[in-house]
Design a protein around this ligand. Structure first.
Ligand SMILES: [Zn+2]
Length: 462
């Protein structure tokens, strides 16, 4: 009773434990009283622990004055498109419908691939944040983020590019800042860059020389980003979030799983291959499953209905009847050789699959650090920063609210420390009180008894 009462007082004072999963908020207001614009930047395949192994002087400058989240627990499967759409919607892949790099819809017989991704059919199961921002009366600008050149919910960003990997980082950034400067109603901008994912795939994350070059280029781009925002007089006036979609694992020719060695390929169609294979059986599904489940001890096979709930990768008709999940660093092929030295897509519980996140701007506390959040939490955070209503989502604004200026928050450890401290003081005081009481009663009782004995004895003596 005492403890719960104490916690209530602490919660009321500190705001600790207040639930707000809707993510709606007042937004971060700039000096003019308007909503602060928000820029979201993704460096594809930025594995969280690159930060421990490489220098990153510009990135460190960026978050030393803002927020660093050591690692994001991203969504399964840990591929580029599912995770970029989760960042933009706050939904797991089974709920937003972008489930893999290659998909097949059994009802419409439509096919999706990275080079054939512009049919709104695939994207319309969710509402990405740029559509919500526009529905709230603001404008948006996008540079190559997956889905931003597709007409989703009958709408594209106000300004956007058709995807073209040859457009440089500077061009993408230059156009975004130009749109932001020219039109103050552009409140949300979103930028995508292909590195360090590209080098991670080609050379493998353990190739120190190649990764040093690629990560220096990424850090240089962060420097260019900060300089450009300063030149445009947007630095310190807008909120900037740097994020990534997934990490990268080292693969090897010695860690290959060949499906042809386990089952005649005429029995199934491969919709997506590695490290999570989507299998459409053409003969008896149970026989196909049995053969694949015994194929290799480094690959797990699941019938769709038995995919573990915690993967949030079951309730969608685009998920095929059988999926195969390779162990970290293992590659599933039909019969060939190793396609690439680095890969991602593995279980989202693996640290090697986790990306990082950093943020800077008027909304964020300076030098604040959080060890981990879910990547679906970024969406309600962004909705809060922009003061727009969030669509139903799987994220929690509470996970990040303490990183914001103006959100009075007590750290869980501090709260527990205070409660324990108060309890210790109360226990000590109670003990001291009892001790004093018992010592005072023990010193008075013999005196009282003596008095009584005298009183009792007197009549007898008389
Ligand atoms: Zn990626």
């Amino acid at each position: 009773m005492l403890v719960s009462g104490l916690l209530c007082v602490l919660c009321a004072c500190g705001g600790f434990g207040v639930s707000d999963v809707t993510g709606t908020g007042n937004g971060t207001r700039g000096t003019s009283g308007n909503i602060c614009p928000l820029l979201l930047v993704s460096f594809d395949g930025f594995r969280a622990d690159y930060l421990d192994k490489y220098p990153f002087p510009n990135l460190r400058k960026f978050f030393s004055d803002g927020l660093l989240v050591d690692h994001l627990t991203n969504v399964f499967i840990t591929k580029t498109f599912p995770n970029h759409y989760s960042l933009a919607t706050g939904l797991y892949a089974e709920s937003h419908g972008i489930l893999a790099s290659q998909m097949y819809d059994p009802e419409t017989k439509k096919k999706f691939s990275l080079s054939n991704d512009s049919d709104p059919f695939w994207w319309n199961e969710a509402t990405p944040i740029w559509v919500s921002v526009q529905n709230s009366g603001y404008k948006t600008a996008a540079a190559m983020w997956p889905g931003t050149d597709v007409r989703i919910q009958n709408s594209t960003p106000t300004h956007f590019f058709k995807y073209n990997p040859h457009v440089t980082f500077q061009e993408r950034l230059g156009n975004l800042t130009k749109w932001m400067i020219e039109d103050s109603s552009v409140k949300f901008s979103i930028l995508y860059w292909e590195e360090p994912d590209r080098t991670g795939h080609i050379s493998g994350p353990e190739n120190k020389a190649a990764m040093t070059t690629a990560l220096k280029e990424v850090d240089d781009n962060i420097g260019i980003l900060m300089d450009r925002l300063k030149q445009a007089e947007l630095w310190e006036k807008i909120n900037v979030i740097i994020v990534s979609d997934h990490g990268m694992a080292q693969c090897s020719q010695d860690r290959l799983i060949r499906l042809d060695s386990c089952l005649d390929p005429h029995n199934y169609t491969i919709v997506d291959l590695t490290p999570v294979a989507a299998i459409l059986p053409l003969s008896d599904p149970i026989k196909v499953y049995n053969a694949l489940s015994k194929c290799n001890s480094h690959m797990k096979a699941y019938m769709k209905e038995l995919i573990p709930e915690e993967l949030h990768y079951k309730h969608n008709q685009r998920i095929q009847p059988i999926i195969l999940v390779a162990d970290e660093g293992w590659t599933i092929v039909q019969n060939g050789t190793l396609p690439r030295l680095g890969d991602h897509g593995y279980l989202n519980s693996l640290r090697s699959m986790h990306p990082l996140m950093a943020a800077h701007g008027p909304a964020f506390r300076k030098g604040y650090k959080i060890s981990s959040i879910n990547s679906v939490d970024v969406y309600p955070l962004m909705c809060h920063l922009l003061g727009i209503p969030a669509m139903p989502n799987n994220g929690s604004f509470n996970a990040v609210r303490c990183a914001l200026v103006g959100e009075s928050c007590l750290d869980v450890a501090v709260v527990v420390g205070i409660v324990i401290g108060v309890l210790l003081v109360l226990t000590t005081l109670t003990c001291m009180f009892r001790l004093m009481k018992s010592s005072s009663s023990s010193s008075s009782r013999p005196f009282a008894r003596l008095e009584l004995q005298e009183d009792d004895d007197d009549p007898l003596l008389e």
